[in-house]
Design a protein around this ligand. Structure first.
Ligand SMILES: CSC[C@H]1O[C@@H](n2cnc3c(O)ncnc32)[C@H](O)[C@@H]1O
Ligand SMILES: [Zn+2]
Length: 421
């Protein structure tokens, strides 16, 4: 496949050659014969966006109970709704999210949820790239069945779907994992050389809970249980960190998934992204589930991330456009341990990329393309989405998902799940 982009003042104007699953040439004019040519004049190619923290089936719970405090929302609404979800609900909820993600330029995501086998099947069919995690909550039992499911997911799916699916271990959060199961999971991850995906320091309430139970901050709690010593860790949120906490994260493998829209909507606070970056901690971007973020459009996260840091520090030079774009691409890919293959548009990388249609009033004129990508583009401006060399959307038409069927399934299932809660 060749994509041609011409006649535009852009950092890259020319052709991109994709052979099988990789970018094999980028140049002014590629003379190779191709079985398919995408005419992309007037478009910008960029690496596909990587959503570093998601709960994909929660799209079925979008808008069901907004404007609540996180713990009330989670304990009184989300968990009861999740108890009513069947494996088929999970499958269709994940597909609904994937339709939205592909349509807004996301090519890979990190997902933590239940019934992960169903999500893996959906990912395999749809063609996206995903790092899948069985979320593990330990409240009043030993969680043995759930841990067995986590191991099953890893055994069955790690490296599958042409390598598009990878897996992690997922202790849910400091407040849902006491030291014993937490340490057991860390050991399992270390033994298998797998990363760990966990929520951290999302709210003030969490801080108080962990202080009351262990007389530590949530970050200290994870650190003292040995989390950062040996494993690559994907930390979701990390809003409430003090200077000492940031010091503990210095040198960690992995990094932080910043989820600014979810944090804004749940009133959690502003994560200290600038400080974390100064300490050398990799910061990527994610949406969190659509139940809290309400949209899975990563371009919204890019805007929120940069504007929140500028506001917080009273300094518009902080987190410039290029850095915010990097958070959503290469940095997020690093959190998923995929940055050697995705997150950058370069020869030899996997062909995970998107085309943005710039022929629109809100995207003209093009002085600085990075500024437009960070501050002006919306998910709906994505014309084409390619993962692993396969076109998943062209001319805004989904090619691997029957959109009408997904919308119908989602409508019926969402109603049944929430009725009576
Ligand atoms: C056991 S699977 C994952 C679990 O996480 C819940 N969840 C969704 N969003 C958040 C959030 O912002 N903070 C903490 N937990 C969250 C989800 O409902 C599942 O139960
Ligand atoms: Zn989350």
């Amino acid at each position: 496949m060749i994509m041609t982009m011409k006649d535009q003042e852009l950092p890259f104007t020319g052709d991109i050659l994709i052979e099988n699953d990789r970018i094999t040439q980028m140049g002014a004019k590629i003379s190779e014969q191709a079985d398919e040519v995408i005419q992309a004049d007037g478009m910008v190619a960029m690496p596909g966006l990587v959503n570093a923290h998601q709960h994909s089936p929660m799209s079925l719970l979008r808008g069901f109970c907004d404007d609540l405090k996180l713990m009330d929302w989670l304990e009184q609404k989300m968990i009861p709704a999740e108890d009513r979800m069947t494996p088929e609900d999970i499958y269709w909820g994940a597909k609904l999210s994937m339709a939205e993600m592909i349509k807004s330029g996301t090519t890979a995501f990190a997902d933590m949820y239940i019934h992960m086998n169903e999500i893996a099947h959906a990912v395999e069919e749809v063609g996206m790239r995903a790092s899948l995690t069985r979320g593990l909550i330990f409240l009043g039992d030993d969680g043995g069945k759930r841990l067995a499911e986590a191991i099953d997911l890893i055994d069955q799916w790690h490296g599958k779907a042409d390598g598009r699916i990878t897996t992690m271990f997922g202790p849910h959060a400091p407040y849902t994992c006491s030291p014993e199961p937490l340490q057991e999971i860390i050991q399992l991850a270390v033994n298998r050389g797998l990363p760990i995906h966990i929520h951290l320091a999302e709210t003030k309430e969490e801080e108080v809970k962990i202080r009351t139970r262990y007389n530590q901050t949530p970050t200290q709690y994870l650190y003292n249980n040995g989390l950062f010593e040996q494993a690559h860790v994907l930390l979701a949120h990390s809003v409430h960190l003090n200077r000492m906490d940031i010091g503990l994260l210095r040198g960690m493998r992995g990094g932080v998934s910043h989820n600014p829209v979810s944090n804004l909507k749940l009133g959690c606070g502003i994560a200290p992204i600038h400080e974390l970056q100064k300490a050398g901690v990799t910061c990527g971007l994610g949406t969190d589930g659509a139940g809290s973020a309400t949209t899975l459009d990563m371009f919204e996260e890019i805007k929120a991330a940069t504007w929140l840091q500028k506001l917080d520090y009273g300094d518009p030079t902080i987190l410039p456009a290029r850095s915010a774009l990097q958070m959503a691409t290469r940095n997020s890919a690093h959190l998923l341990q995929l940055d050697h293959e995705v997150g950058t548009l370069a020869v030899g990388m996997k062909a995970d990329l998107i085309l943005i249609d710039m022929n629109k009033p809100h995207l003209q004129p093009i002085h600085q393309v990075e500024s437009l990508l960070a501050y002006s583009v919306n998910g709906a401006d994505v014309d084409t989405t390619i993962v692993n060399g396969q076109i998943l959307m062209k001319n805004r038409q989904l090619l691997t998902i029957n959109e009408e069927e997904v919308l119908e399934q989602a409508k019926v299932r969402a109603k049944r799940i929430v009725d009576g809660i």
